[in-house]
Every structure is written in structure tokens, then in C-alpha cells.
Design a protein around this ligand. Structure first.
Ligand SMILES: *[C@@H]1O[C@H](CO)[C@@H](O)[C@H](O)[C@H]1NC(C)=O
Ligand SMILES: *[C@@H]1O[C@H](CO)[C@@H](O)[C@H](O)[C@H]1NC(C)=O
Ligand SMILES: *[C@@H]1O[C@H](CO)[C@@H](O)[C@H](O)[C@H]1NC(C)=O
Ligand SMILES: *[C@@H]1O[C@H](CO)[C@@H](O)[C@H](O)[C@H]1NC(C)=O
Ligand SMILES: *[C@@H]1O[C@H](CO)[C@@H](O)[C@H](O)[C@H]1NC(C)=O
Ligand SMILES: *[C@@H]1O[C@H](CO)[C@@H](O)[C@H](O)[C@H]1NC(C)=O
Ligand SMILES: *[C@@H]1O[C@H](CO)[C@@H](O)[C@H](O)[C@H]1NC(C)=O
Ligand SMILES: *[C@@H]1O[C@H](CO)[C@@H](O)[C@H](O)[C@H]1NC(C)=O
Ligand SMILES: *[C@@H]1O[C@H](CO)[C@@H](O)[C@H](O)[C@H]1NC(C)=O
Ligand SMILES: *[C@@H]1O[C@H](CO)[C@@H](O)[C@H](O)[C@H]1NC(C)=O
Ligand SMILES: *[C@@H]1O[C@H](CO)[C@@H](O)[C@H](O)[C@H]1NC(C)=O
Ligand SMILES: *[C@@H]1O[C@H](CO)[C@@H](O)[C@H](O)[C@H]1NC(C)=O
Length: 837
């Protein structure tokens, strides 16, 4: 009986030591030491100055300190939760935290920890909950010793900058229920199969990393898994049929934005708890996963951005019991009609079928989808009538189809209040994009019923008649009106008195006539005004110069006349096109003095030619907006998506201006394009043009300019297009690489230019035989390719990209996810070298 006694004493002795270690002062001192491991007097630069952990001082019991929880009986620290505490230091390998032996819960969330996670944390053997999420500078690998924390049930290392592989030791954490490694950007390699041992796991989140390879088959063991989010990695495969058939608890599956190439499992109806199924932006192939739609709990399906094909078949769905709210199928190869039984999903709120090859007309049964608030059918091959019930929908995109007409609402409905659009269950701004169809007839008057219409695009159709003046009812909400390229006639109605939110008005390429409505002066937010290609007959609207935001003004190809005097200048204007009108008179030498935006480097100039599209994209919202304007670009009439119309340009060509070209043009240092051609300018070319260092195109042809071409123009090192032809110029042509590259015809028909041997060959500069050499001018293949590419860009940009900079609004943002860029074209650079792959 001696031995038990001995061991009794031994145990007694140990427990004395242990109690000493765990004594309140020991715990308190450990916390104070921990505090001292950080330069804690540094105040948080994001918050009012206050030393972090200032409550951690000896004037009070450590169990009352901020973030500290003790065992009520022993005063041992069992939980330490610090959130938004600016520590600005690293966790040391010998951190005093290790003395808090009884710690169950450790959260250091958003504490600006830097450096690595010390592997010694694996010694906190009682930890159940470890959350070191959202620390700005936490880097290094996940220590494999974390796998020693055998009681751990909750591990959150998300939103840091961790790198390296996921240690397979994590597979030892047999009690783990939550594993969040998301948004570290740097976790690489394959997921260790041992993770499949974690059969208590209910949540696994790893999005935004660089994990690759297959999802391990061992995941089939995770039969308690409810959330599996692996999006934005580089996973390429895995035995999905095997895995998914066993993950019967799954309610949220997101494997979007990876490199999966396979088919989906043929039967997924066993996932009877599934609510969200998200496989967008992979390369999945095969037919529409009909089995999915037999899952009654299903709420959201995202198949967009894959290579699914064939018709939509929903199979046997028990009507009215479906929970489906969102169906996102954009950017696949689906074809065939939109099935009538889509309307069995009565709760559908958002449908996007855009950028497929759907044919036929919009099924009448969709009338029953009373909750529908967003419908995107753009970029398909749909045709027929646009049914009037669609006007309940808040975001309607039908562009780029072949719809032929808009069904009128019955007159009783239009007049009566029973069709009260404002009583739609969905609240919010209304956006209609019906552009690029074959719509005929009048603009329906009931559009005016939408008092919260913010976006209206009916461009590129065959609409006729006049612009309804009842639009006045919506102008106080409208941000964008695009009616470009229709057959609209009559006056532009004077409806803009309250249009203070209107940023873009494009009625170009119609048959509008008469004077410009004076109420435009009240459009104080106006940025882009395009009236080009109509029959407007009015004097120059110099009063528009009071619109402080006006940055793009297109008045070209109308019947505008008279002088263009403007005392104030256009301080915000980036691009002005007055071409092909009958403006006349002389321009004072100081004409451009107050055009400040063209004279200075604006914030938007950073996104011009030299920048990659990626830089540009970062500055745009996820919304969709498309509009374009056309102007002469290096001698070619080119359609620019507004988002690319970033350069600064002046086009006064094709008018009746006389006198000298104002010297003050040289103050507009940021201009890229200057076109004064086809006027009656006299005198010499202002040498101040040489101050416009970034000038890319200069067209002075078809004037009566005399004297020498200023020698300083040879210093314009970015010029790629020059035209001096059909003037009275003489003397030597300046010598520079840029001048030598021009076509001979750029100098033809002058009084006596010489030094053209390199440009025109030994033959003399040809004299014109007819007056239309301007039209017949050949462009280098590079230039025409460029023009083509701009168009391709316009197509490529379709939806998915948005003119945040020019228009500034975010349209169509209520979509729960961002659309793919349509089409297969890709933009490499903004200026010039746009390629189509
Ligand atoms: C923090 O500031 C207090 C006085 O405000 C000072 O006594 C203490 O030494 C400082 N601690 C550190 C680590 O700089
Ligand atoms: C954070 O720590 C770094 C050094 O690690 C130091 O340069 C910086 O000044 C600290 N910030 C504050 C606000 O104390
Ligand atoms: C010590 O902590 C208490 C709260 O526990 C606080 O009111 C007091 O200001 C702190 N003292 C110092 C010197 O920071
Ligand atoms: C931790 O180690 C550092 C050296 O790495 C040493 O300066 C410091 O005193 C140690 N702290 C404790 C509490 O042991
Ligand atoms: C962690 O535990 C290991 C093994 O039990 C031991 O060797 C190591 O010294 C401990 N580290 C710290 C910092 O306590
Ligand atoms: C980690 O802690 C933060 C702050 O308490 C919390 O917002 C976050 O949800 C926690 N992580 C997880 C996965 O719950
Ligand atoms: C803790 O983990 C490390 C690395 O995984 C291992 O070498 C060590 O033996 C483990 N210690 C204990 C006490 O389990
Ligand atoms: C599927 O789960 C069951 C337990 O629910 C398990 O016995 C079986 O091994 C799992 N299948 C695979 C392929 O892992
Ligand atoms: C425009 O608004 C007025 C008054 O708010 C209303 O009487 C009229 O019916 C509206 N016009 C149309 C076409 O909706
Ligand atoms: C313009 O707005 C004012 C004030 O909001 C309102 O009283 C007036 O009726 C509106 N005018 C038109 C034409 O809508
Ligand atoms: C501009 O709006 C004001 C009221 O805000 C109005 O009095 C004025 O008539 C409007 N101007 C034009 C030209 O419509
Ligand atoms: C400008 O054109 C108008 C007619 O459009 C004409 O009356 C006027 O005399 C012209 N002015 C000059 C300076 O040519």
C-alpha cells in the first residue's frame, strides 16, 4: 500500500504546482505580458487615438478586462476575443498566450496582426475555437501543428495572406465542424485527402485561393457538410458524381470560377437539402441538369459561363411547391425555345438567359411569374412580340434579339389605375434595355407610367413617330435615355425641366428636327449629350456651357448654323463634335482659353491608350451599361463604346468657319485628336499645335491655309495620322519619323510643299483631279484593323462592362452576381491594340 500513497503524494504535489501556474496572478501576468508583446501605445490609424487594451491594467480584476472571459470558479482565462484591436505586431513563438493553458476560445479578428502564425499555437491543446481571421499582414504557411489541437471544432484563418499548402494534419481535427480558409489568395496545391476524415464538418469555405487539382474523393465522407464553397480557385476536377451523391446535407454548393471541365452528375436529385447551386464560370459541358430541378428546396441556380448546351428541360416538377427564385443560365450554348413550364417556378424573381441561342418568342405563361423583377434575355435569337406584361418587371433586358414589336397595353389599362405599375411587390428603380432588336412602331406611351424609370435604351431599332412628351413624367428620375439609330421624327420635346439626374441623352441617328429644347439647360448632371445625325436646325447652343459636368457633346451632322461664340468655354468638355453642320464665322484667337478639361490632365486620363483593360475594369462596377458614339477616328468614322471614349478630341470639320485657326488651340494640351478639315480657315497653321504633346491625329485638310507647316510639328512624337492636303501650303515638310510615315495624299494639292521624296517617292506630289480624294483616301491596314477592332470591342463589351467613368451610375446592379463579358472577344488595351481572340 506504499505505492498508492506515493503516487497520491506525487499527484498532490503536481496539483499544487498546477494550481500555482493557474493562479489568478499568473493568468493576469500572462495577459499583461501578451499586451506588452505589441507596441500597444501605437494608436489605431483607422480610429480615434486610444491605446489598445487600455482596460488591461492592474486597477481591475483581469477577468473583467476587455475580451477576457474566465472560468467563474478558478479565474482561469478560458476565452480571449479581440476584435478590431490594433495590435500592429506579430504573434511571438514564445507568446505568453501559451501560458493560458485553459484557453478554449481564441479570436484575434481584424487585429492587424503581422508576420506568421507561430507553430507553437499547436500547444494550446484545449482550444475548441480558433479565429484569426481578417488580419491585414498575416502571412506565412498554416502551421501543421494546428493539427494537434484535437478539441478544435472551429477554425477560421480566412481573409489573411496565408500561403503554401493546406497541411494534411488538419485531417486529425476529428471534431472540426467549421473550416474557413477563404480569401487568402495564396493557398496552393491540392486539398489533402485527409480533410475527408473530418466527418463532423458542416461548413467548409475556401474561396479565393489557388487550390488546384481534384476535389478529393474522400469528401464523400463529409455527409454532414452543409456549406461547401470552393469558388475562385483552380480546381479542375474530381469525382463529382461520387462526392455529390453522398453529400446529402449540402444546402449551399459553390464551385464557381474554377477550371472544371467535366459533366455534372446525371442525377443530383438526392441533394434534397440543396438551396444554392453555383457552378458558374467553369468549363462544364453537357445538357441542362434537369434532375436538379426536382429538389424542392432549391432557391438559386447559377450555371452561367460554361459550355452547357441543348434545350432547357425542367422535367416533372411539382408545380407551386418550388422555391426557385433565381435562374442564371447566361453565356452558355443553350438553344431551343424558352419552355412554357418555366412559369411553374412561381417564386422566380431573377431570370437570366442572356448570351445563348434561345429561339422563338417569350412564352405567354410567364405572365404568371408575378414575383419576377429581373429578366435578362439579351443576346439570343428571340423574336416576335414583346408582351405587355413584362412592363411589371423592374430590370428588363431584351437587347440583341429580333423582337419585332411591343405589345400595346389595352387603352382601358393605360388610362385606368388598375394597371398600377407602382404597386409591384418589388420596389426599386426601373431599367429597360430593348436596344438592337427589330422593333417597329411608336414608342409606347405607357413607358411614361414608370415614375422611377432610371434607364431607357431603345437604340438600334426601327421605332418611328415622335418622342412622347409624356416622358416628362419620368425625366426627374431618368439617368440615361438612349434612342439612337431609329426613325424617330418631329421635335425633341421640351421635357427636361426636371431632368436633373439625366447624365446621358443620346438621340443620335434619327430624323429629329427643329430647335434644341431650352429645358436641357436644367440637366445639371448631364455628361454625355449626343444629338448627332439628325436634322436639328438651330444656332449653336452656347448656353450648354453652363452645364458643369458636360464632358461629351456631339452635335455633328445636323443643320446647325451661325457662329459658335461662347464666352464661358466648356470647362468640363472632353470631346466635342460639331462636324458637318453650317456653323460659320471666325473664331477669336482666345476661343479655347476656358476649355479647362482639355487643357489639363484629368483623373480619367489615366485610363487612356497605354493602360491595360484590367486597370480599367477595376474602376467599374459590376453593372451593365452600354452605349456608343461614333466619330472620326484617324480619318475613319468609328463607333466607340462610351467606356472607351476616354481621349480628348475636337472635331469642327465640315463647316463654314473662316479666319485663322485660334492660336489658343495649343493650350488644350491633352487633346489626342484635332479635326478642322473641310472649312475655309485661312492664314497659317498655328505653331502652338506643337504644344499638344500627345496629339495622335491632326486633320487640317480642305481649307485655305497658307504659309509653311510649322517645323515644330515634327516634335509631335505620338502623331500617327496627319492630313494637310488641299490647302495653300508651301515650303519644306518637317522631317520626323511621324511625318515620314504619312501617306503621300496627306500632302497633296498644296501650293508648293517640298521634301516629300521619302513620302511620295520620286514622283511629284499628285495634284487632285477631282475633289473627292478625301473619300477615296486609302488607310493603312493597321488603321482599318484598328477601326474594326473598336467595333469588336463594342460588341465584346456588350453587357458585363459598364461605363462607370463616363456615366458614373451603376445600372443593373441588383443582379446577385456579375455577368460574364459576352462574346468571345477580349480587350487587351484600350488604345489601338484591341484584339479579338
Ligand atoms: C505606453 O505609454 C505609457 C504612458 O502613456 C508609458 O508609461 C508606457 O511605458 C508606454 N509603453 C510602451 C510599451 O511604450
Ligand atoms: C506599425 O508597425 C510598424 C513596424 O512594424 C511601424 O512602422 C508603424 O509605425 C506602426 N504603426 C503604428 C500606427 O504605430
Ligand atoms: C484601467 O482600466 C480601467 C477599466 O478597467 C479604465 O477605466 C482605466 O482608464 C484604465 N487605466 C489606464 C491607466 O489605462
Ligand atoms: C520571447 O523570445 C524573445 C526572443 O525571441 C525574447 O526577447 C523574449 O524575452 C521572450 N519572451 C518571453 C515572454 O519569453
Ligand atoms: C510546445 O510543445 C512542444 C511539445 O510538447 C514542446 O517541445 C515545445 O517546447 C512547446 N513550445 C512552446 C513554445 O511551449
Ligand atoms: C471570426 O470572428 C469574427 C468576429 O467575431 C466573426 O465575424 C466571424 O464570423 C468569425 N468567423 C467565423 C467563420 O464565424
Ligand atoms: C504537434 O505537431 C507537430 C507538427 O505537426 C509534431 O511534430 C508534434 O509532435 C506535435 N506535438 C504533440 C504534443 O502532439
Ligand atoms: C458515403 O457515406 C457513407 C456514410 O453516410 C459512407 O459509409 C460511405 O463510405 C460514403 N461513400 C464514400 C464513397 O465515401
Ligand atoms: C403624367 O403624369 C400626370 C400627373 O402626374 C398624369 O396625369 C398623366 O396621366 C401622366 N401621363 C402618362 C402618360 O402617364
Ligand atoms: C418638376 O418638379 C417640381 C418639384 O418637384 C414639381 O412641382 C413640378 O410639377 C415638376 N414639373 C414637371 C413638369 O414634372
Ligand atoms: C429650369 O428649372 C427651373 C425650376 O427648377 C424652372 O423655373 C425653369 O423654367 C427651368 N428652365 C427651363 C428652361 O426649363
Ligand atoms: C453665317 O451664316 C448665316 C446664315 O446661316 C448668315 O446669315 C451669316 O451672314 C453668316 N455669317 C458669316 C460671317 O458668314
Amino acid at each position: 500500500m506504499m505505492i498508492p500513497n506515493q503516487s497520491f503524494f506525487f499527484i498532490f504535489f503536481l496539483s499544487v504546482i498546477f494550481n500555482t501556474l493557474a493562479s489568478p496572478t499568473h493568468q493576469r501576468d500572462a495577459l499583461l505580458e501578451f499586451k506588452n508583446e505589441f507596441p500597444f501605445n501605437a494608436s489605431d490609424p483607422r480610429a480615434p487615438p486610444e491605446a489598445p487594451l487600455s482596460s488591461w491594467n492592474t486597477s481591475s480584476d483581469h477577468c473583467s478586462w476587455k475580451g477576457v472571459t474566465c472560468n467563474a470558479h478558478s479565474s482561469e482565462v478560458i476565452s480571449l476575443v479581440l476584435e478590431y484591436t490594433y495590435l500592429n505586431g506579430s504573434l511571438k513563438a514564445n507568446t505568453s498566450l501559451l501560458k493560458l493553458h485553459h484557453l478554449h476560445h481564441l479570436t484575434l479578428y481584424n487585429c492587424d496582426l503581422i508576420g506568421e502564425i507561430p507553430s507553437s499555437l499547436g500547444n494550446l491543446s484545449h482550444l475548441r475555437h480558433l479565429n484569426i481571421s481578417d488580419n491585414n499582414f498575416l502571412t506565412g504557411e498554416i502551421p501543421s501543428s494546428i493539427g494537434n489541437l484535437s478539441y478544435l471544432s472551429f477554425l477560421d484563418l480566412s481573409h489573411n495572406y496565408l500561403v503554401g499548402k493546406i497541411p494534411s494534419s488538419l485531417g486529425n481535427l476529428s471534431r472540426l465542424t467549421v473550416l474557413d480558409l477563404s480569401d487568402n489568395h495564396g493557398l496552393i496545391g491540392e486539398v489533402p485527402p485527409s480533410i475527408g476524415n473530418l466527418n463532423q464538418l458542416t461548413i467548409m469555405i475556401c474561396y479565393i485561393n489557388k487550390l488546384n487539382g481534384n476535389i478529393p474523393s474522400s469528401f464523400a465522407n463529409l455527409n454532414k457538410l452543409s456549406y461547401l464553397i470552393l469558388s475562385e480557385n483552380q480546381f479542375s476536377g474530381g469525382d463529382l458524381p461520387l462526392i455529390l451523391s453522398n453529400l446529402t446535407s449540402l444546402s449551399y454548393l459553390d464551385i464557381s470560377e474554377n477550371h472544371f471541365k467535366s459533366k455534372l452528375p446525371p442525377n443530383m436529385s438526392g441533394l434534397h437539402n440543396l438551396e444554392v447551386f453555383r457552378v458558374s464560370s467553369n468549363s462544364f459541358v453537357g445538357t441542362f441538369p434537369t434532375s436538379l430541378f426536382r429538389i424542392p428546396s432549391l432557391r438559386e441556380v447559377y450555371l452561367n459561363g460554361n459550355q452547357f448546351e441543348g434545350p432547357l428541360e425542367f422535367g416533372n416538377i411539382s408545380s407551386s411547391s418550388s422555391e426557385l427564385e433565381l435562374l442564371e443560365l447566361a453565356s452558355n450554348d443553350f438553344h431551343g425555345p424558352i419552355p412554357e413550364d418555366i412559369s411553374l417556378f412561381r417564386k422566380l424573381d431573377i431570370i437570366s438567359l442572356s448570351n445563348n441561342s434561345f429561339t422563338g418568342s417569350i412564352p405567354g405563361s410567364m405572365f404568371k411569374l408575378v414575383s419576377l423583377s429581373e429578366l435578362d434575355l439579351s443576346y439570343n435569337k428571340l423574336e416576335g412580340q414583346v408582351p405587355s406584361f413584362l412592363w411589371r418587371i423592374y430590370t428588363l433586358r431584351l437587347s440583341h434579339n429580333s423582337f419585332s414589336n411591343l405589345e400595346e397595353l389595352p387603352q382601358a389599362v393605360v388610362n385606368g389605375s388598375d394597371y398600377d405599375l407602382t404597386s409591384n411587390s418589388v420596389q426599386g428603380p426601373v431599367q429597360f434595355d430593348l436596344s438592337s432588336n427589330a422593333l417597329e412602331g411608336l414608342i409606347p406611351r405607357w413607358i411614361c407610367k414608370h415614375s422611377s424609370l432610371i434607364f431607357l435604351d431603345l437604340s438600334n431599332n426601327h421605332l418611328s413617330g415622335s418622342i412622347p412628351s409624356c416622358l416628362m413624367n419620368c425625366t426627374s428620375s431618368l439617368g440615361v435615355i438612349i434612342l439612337r439609330n431609329n426613325n424617330l421624327s418631329g421635335f425633341l420635346p421640351d421635357i427636361f425641366t426636371n431632368a436633373t439626374k439625366l447624365r446621358s441623352l443620346d438621340v443620335s441617328r434619327n430624323q429629329l428636327s427643329g430647335k434644341l429644347p431650352k429645358s436641357l439647360i436644367n440637366c445639371t448632371s448631364m455628361e454625355n449629350l449626343n444629338l448627332k445625325g439628325n436634322k436639328f436646325k438651330d444656332t449653336f447652343p452656347s448656353w450648354l456651357s453652363s452645364l458643369g459636368s458636360l464632358s461629351v457633346l456631339f452635335l455633328g451632322s445636323n443643320a446647325l448654323y451661325g457662329p459658335i461664340s461662347s464666352h464661358l468655354g466648356f470647362p468640363s468638355l472632353r470631346v466635342i463634335d460639331l462636324s458637318n453642320n453650317s456653323f460659320n464665322g471666325t473664331l477669336p484667337q482666345d476661343y479655347f482659353v476656358n476649355w479647362r478639361e482639355m487643357a489639363s490632365v484629368g483623373e480619367k486620363d489615366g485610363f487612356t491608350s497605354s493602360d491595360g483593360i484590367d486597370t480599367f475594369m477595376e474602376h467599374m462596377g459590376g453593372g451593365i451599361y452600354e452605349d456608343s458614339m461614333d466619330m472620326m477616328y484617324k480619318g475613319v468614322d468609328t463607333e466607340f463604346p462610351l467606356i472607351l471614349l476616354m481621349f480628348k478630341a475636337i472635331d469642327f470639320s465640315g463647316n463654314k468657319f473662316t479666319g485663322r485657326i485660334p492660336k489658343s488651340i495649343g493650350m488644350l494640351k491633352e487633346l489626342r485628336h484635332v479635326n478642322f478639315s473641310r472649312n475655309a480657315f485661312t492664314g497659317s497653321i498655328p505653331s502652338s499645335l506643337a504644344n499638344i504633346k500627345n496629339l495622335e491625329a491632326l486633320d487640317l485638310s480642305h481649307n485655305k491655309l497658307s504659309g509653311y507647316i510649322p517645323r515644330d510639328l515634327a516634335n509631335l512624337s505620338f502623331v500617327s495620322y496627319l492630313d494637310f492636303s488641299h490647302n495653300l501650303l508651301q515650303g519644306p515638310v518637317p522631317r520626323s519619323t511621324q511625318f515620314q510615315r504619312q501617306h503621300c495624299s496627306s500632302f497633296e494639292d498644296n501650293l508648293g510643299l517640298f521634301g516629300l521624296e521619302d513620302i511620295c517617292g520620286s514622283v511629284h506630289v499628285p495634284h487632285p483631279t477631282s475633289g473627292d480624294s478625301h473619300q477615296s483616301k486609302e488607310f493603312s491596314s493597321e488603321e482599318s484593323e484598328e477601326a474594326l477592332s473598336w467595333k469588336a470591342a463594342a460588341i465584346a463589351f456588350g453587357p458585363g462592362v459598364f461605363c462607370g467613368l463616363v456615366i458614373g451610375y451603376i445600372f443593373f446592379t441588383s443582379h446577385k452576381q456579375t455577368h460574364m463579358v459576352h462574346g468571345k472577344a477580349r480587350l487587351n488595351h484600350l488604345g489601338g491594340s484591341i484584339t479579338v481572340s
